[in-house]
Design a protein around this ligand. Structure first.
Ligand SMILES: [Zn+2]
Length: 270
């Protein structure tokens, strides 16, 4: 009897790429990112996960930020990246992380931007952040397929090795985990064991270093030969029937406490 394969669902095998846009108001960094996004190395539409300006940290040029965010959102999927403490300190050191995400999300929408994706700085997320992401209609790319090595044992993050819908009780949050940093990518694509679903990421600041930029370009070109090239919005559109997992199954560590010094000196990290 002839064996008939099931048709692919669209999320069985894919490669997608995102960039944490850390320094959108730095002309040199922005120019490097904008050029890279336009170039589409490997054929990838690189999602821009942009950090909103932090006026309290001196980032006052809202008009330039908005102009750049709009340009990025035309080129590829567009997302919201939160630094919970400061431009150079991604993870929270206290406060209410979920409230900050809600405030930034409202700020983006009031200005006509419609991010579809979210990534917590330094891979930080907790139940309150996840609930806010669901209420904003985001697809969360904060979960990691493997533990980021630099996080302390009790740090909060989420562990997920394939796309899923996270059951938060009152809502479902669709998630597409991030699987590979730029530094791991070339090695990962040439060795056996590359997962069927790859979501690679890098930072805009990587692109101003010619050696790192060449490495990222090479990684994306090799990746495009190994997995079907897609983008985060296209994968997100297929998640209506993705497996449901509970927050308890994927949440790691505990939420940040007031006056916490958790990861006090850790910026975005690899
Ligand atoms: Zn960041």
């Amino acid at each position: 009897m002839r064996c008939v394969a099931m048709p692919p669902t669209g999320t069985e095998r894919y490669a997608v790429v995102s960039c944490h846009v850390e320094r959108p108001l730095d002309d040199r960094v922005w120019a490097a990112f904008a050029a890279f996004q336009e170039r589409r190395s490997g054929g990838f539409a690189v999602a821009a996960l942009m950090r909103p300006p932090d006026a309290a940290a001196g980032e006052q040029d809202e008009a330039t930020w908005l102009e750049r965010a709009r340009a990025a959102s035309v080129r590829a999927p567009f997302g919201h990246h939160t630094h919970f403490t400061s431009p150079t300190h991604a993870r929270p050191t206290g406060g209410e992380p979920g409230e900050l995400v809600a405030r930034e999300g409202a700020w983006l929408r009031e200005r006509g931007l419609a991010p579809t994706l979210f990534c917590g700085g330094g891979w930080y997320t907790d139940g309150s952040v996840a609930e806010v992401c669901a209420s904003l209609g985001y697809v969360d790319v904060t979960p990691r397929a493997t533990r980021p090595a630099y996080l302390p044992d009790d740090a909060a993050w989420a562990e997920l090795d394939r796309p899923a819908r996270i059951d938060l009780g009152a809502a479902l949050l669709a998630a597409v985990p991030t699987t590979h940093g730029a530094g791991d990518l070339v090695r990962a694509v040439v060795l056996p064991g590359l997962p069927a679903q790859v979501h690679a990421y890098f930072h805009d600041t990587d692109l101003v270093d010619p050696r790192r930029r060449r490495l990222i370009t090479l990684g994306l070109r090799l990746l495009a030969r190994r997995r079907p090239v897609s983008d985060l919005d296209a994968v997100a559109a297929t998640l209506g029937a993705a497996p449901v997992v509970s927050w308890a199954e994927i949440g790691r560590g505990g939420p940040v406490a007031v006056d916490s010094v958790e990861n006090g000196s850790i910026p975005d990290g690899p």
